[in-house]
Design a protein around this ligand. Structure first.
Ligand SMILES: *Cc1c(COP(=O)(O)O)cnc(C)c1O
Length: 367
């Protein structure tokens, strides 16, 4: 069935293991992040085989889905007050920045008869979640009085909102703050989490990752093989663990500029078309319902995406060196947003490969 995403489980396991080993050598543990593929169990299992210390996800329902996996689990998005009961049941750790939420978590933990481990998020200037540095001490002074929770770490998130790149100096600030809080409040800290796939580039810089940072939370670099500060392929990781395939339903030569008065397209935008005369184009049975066309890239470098509507993708074949015909399958790399969308779309089949080129079996939606 098309469109489909082919997922190579062996490559995901290998990417995870290579990253685990590269960072282990520096005393850094990994949280392998499952939200990019909706916490599909087969993919999460492939990650787990690569031996990360934790699995992590932004959504508690995804962690609940993985509740039988024998590994500590981390909730990455700040908990909603309305979900704290599930948080203490299905997550061993959560990232936090609000006292009210910690109180609710502590109360839920006491009701359920457990204790919950907390990583406090510090905002170092990206201005998404986290406590601003000058307020961390007051925050901790209150947080240490809350029953049912243990403050076990500090963390930072960079890049995702503000685009701030993790560097030795900003991560060093996290280490300094954590040390001060540890001394002031006698905390027992086991995690200093220095960010996501945008932090891995530091491994290859002269200054490196500052002493004291002992954890990273990695999704994209495991799944797509690229760090996200500069978008470069990282070490020898696989960049093709996820491939999108779609079928051609029309191939024709047509003018590159539509004929008639131009109004709005199907999505309310006024399209602009460059006049390149008559060009050969293909239409694929793939559209915005399946995937975000901005976040896919043809594997054949001679092809270019011209546009998409909800159910059609139009591809420029005029520079193609090979011939494409109706019924042929076209392949695409997925950017993170494309993967997220395709993996959670009910219109896109998921097809798991155990080895490099031997299709295994079609597995139905796992939720
Ligand atoms: C999603 C997420 C990550 C992982 O990000 P990648 O760019 O996929 O490595 C890390 N931390 C938090 C808080 C997240 O929400």
């Amino acid at each position: 069935m098309y469109p489909r995403v082919e997922i190579n489980l062996r490559k995901i396991e290998e990417n995870t293991r290579r990253l685990v080993e590269a960072f282990q050598a520096k005393g850094i543990s990994l949280m392998a992040v499952t939200k990019g593929f909706g916490a599909d169990k087969r993919i999460a299992l492939a990650m787990l085989k690569g031996n990360p210390a934790f699995l992590a996800d932004a959504r508690i329902r995804n962690l609940r889905h993985l509740r039988d996996f024998p590994v500590e689990k981390v909730l990455l998005r700040l908990p909603m007050v309305s979900e704290v009961e599930e948080v203490v049941r299905y997550a061993d750790y959560s990232l936090n920045s609000e006292i009210e939420t910690l109180r609710a978590i502590g109360a839920a933990a006491e009701r359920v008869g457990t204790r919950h481990k907390v990583i406090i998020m510090v905002d170092l200037g990206d201005y998404r979640e986290g406590i601003r540095t000058h307020r961390v001490e007051d925050f901790c002074r209150e947080a240490v009085t809350i029953q049912g929770i243990d403050i076990r770490g500090f963390g930072v998130n960079l890049t995702c909102y503000g685009g701030v790149i993790p560097e030795h100096d900003n991560l060093k600030r996290l280490v300094d703050i954590a040390r001060r809080m540890q001394e002031t409040f006698g905390l027992r800290l086991d995690i200093l989490s220095g960010g996501s796939s945008s932090s891995v580039h530091l491994l290859d810089t002269p200054a490196g990752i500052p002493q004291g940072i002992n954890n990273l939370r990695l999704g994209e670099v495991i799944l797509l093989g690229r760090e996200t500060a500069y978008g470069k392929r990282f070490k020898n990781l696989h960049t093709d663990a996820f491939i999108l395939k779609a079928q051609i339903i029309e191939v024709k030569d047509k003018p590159s500029v539509p004929r008639g008065k131009i109004g709005m397209d199907a999505f309310g935008n006024v399209p602009h078309h460059e006049d390149r005369g008559i060009i050969r184009r293909a239409i694929l049975a793939l559209g915005k319902q399946d995937v975000d066309p901005e976040n896919i890239r043809p594997r054949d470098k001679d092809l270019a995406i011209l546009g998409a509507s909800s159910d059609h993708l139009i591809v420029d074949l005029s520079h193609a060196r090979r011939e494409y015909r109706v019924g042929d399958i076209m392949e695409f790399h997925l950017a993170y947003g494309g993967m997220l969308h395709a993996m959670t779309s009910p219109y896109v089949d998921k097809f798991f490969l155990e080895e490099t080129d031997a299709p295994a079996e079609v597995v139905a939606e796992n939720h």
